[in-house]
Design a protein around this ligand. Structure first.
Ligand code: 2AM
Ligand code: CA
Length: 255
């Protein structure tokens, strides 16, 4: 299954690159809010992914960012973000990814995050471990918050949740860590925790398709993902990811 998902992501990556390199022209429009963008490329890449999955597994359900949930009632459901980091994509920033997760009865059993410009394929399958470009990967062994290279993001602000924004945590945590990055693809940020490039990552108010595959990668690579929601249902789809030692040092900031 892992290799099938990788092959779908690679094909989808070719489609994304055709738009990214301007071989195919795309236009950008706003979604529900003016800060939330969608391009022809998002729709074309999602269509390609769905075609390839349907050809192999016609009975499975599909939940895609652009097409929504289909009405299938299979125990299997594919959760797809065709371009995670659309804002990066439309500005020709290489930090965007294709995210595909397969859930069985609501539990992720396989997934991949693929960054086509960077040439990085991250994938995992239940019981088989996690891989970067086919090589087993593991979360970092950083055990001290002062040495931690971290990432975060501001989906909460783009979702216009001004009250529950990330600025409080950003201000508290950044002075204590070694580095902070904000590149704009939650799926890839999680993959970078899984592969040890980041020691920790947190972000609030994401969507299921942003994080389904990435959470699975982190857990499959020996890491931990917490949901720093503090019981607030609005913040349910929020993540704090790190290795099992470091997560204990970050957790208190989110309590
Ligand atoms: P997208 O590029 O597919 O929209 C960046 O902070 C992360 O937040 C990306 O994964 C991005 O996904 C996601 N994101 C952007 N706007 C969002 C919104 N309004 N609600 C939820 N997630 C959002
Ligand atoms: Ca997304």
């Amino acid at each position: 299954m892992r290799l099938f998902i990788e092959s779908v992501a690679r094909e989808a990556g070719k489609e994304a690159l055709a738009y990214f390199t301007d071989m195919k022209h795309f236009t950008v429009s706003g979604k529900a809010t003016t800060r939330d963008l969608v391009s022809d490329a998002d729709r074309a890449v999602e269509k390609k992914i769905i075609e390839l999955i349907r050809a192999e597994y016609p009975e499975h359900s599909i939940f895609g960012e652009e097409t929504g949930r289909d009405t299938g009632n299979s125990e299997y459901c594919w959760v797809i973000d065709p371009i995670d980091g659309t804002q990066s994509f439309v500005k020709r920033h290489p930090y965007f990814s294709i995210s595909i997760a397969l859930k069985k009865n609501g539990k992720t059993i396989a997934g991949c995050v693929y960054a086509p410009v960077l040439g990085l394929m991250f994938s995992a399958e239940e019981g088989k471990g996690a891989f970067e470009n086919g090589v087993p990967m593991h979360v970092s062994d950083c055990d001290e918050i002062g040495n931690a290279a971290c990432a975060t993001g501001f989906a909460c602000l783009r979702a216009q949740k001004m009250e529950h924004n990330n600025l409080k945590y950003f201000n508290e945590i950044v002075p204590l860590i070694r580095d902070i990055k904000r590149c704009g693809s939650a799926a890839l940020d999680l993959a970078f925790v899984a592969s040890g490039r980041y020691d920790a990552y947190w972000e609030f108010s994401l969507a299921e398709y942003d994080i389904a595959a990435g959470i699975f990668l982190v857990e499959s690579a020996g890491g931990v993902v917490l949901k720093p929601s503090n019981g607030n249902p609005e913040l349910e789809l929020s993540v704090l990811a790190a290795n099992p030692v470091l997560i204990k040092q970050f957790q208190p900031f989110f309590e």
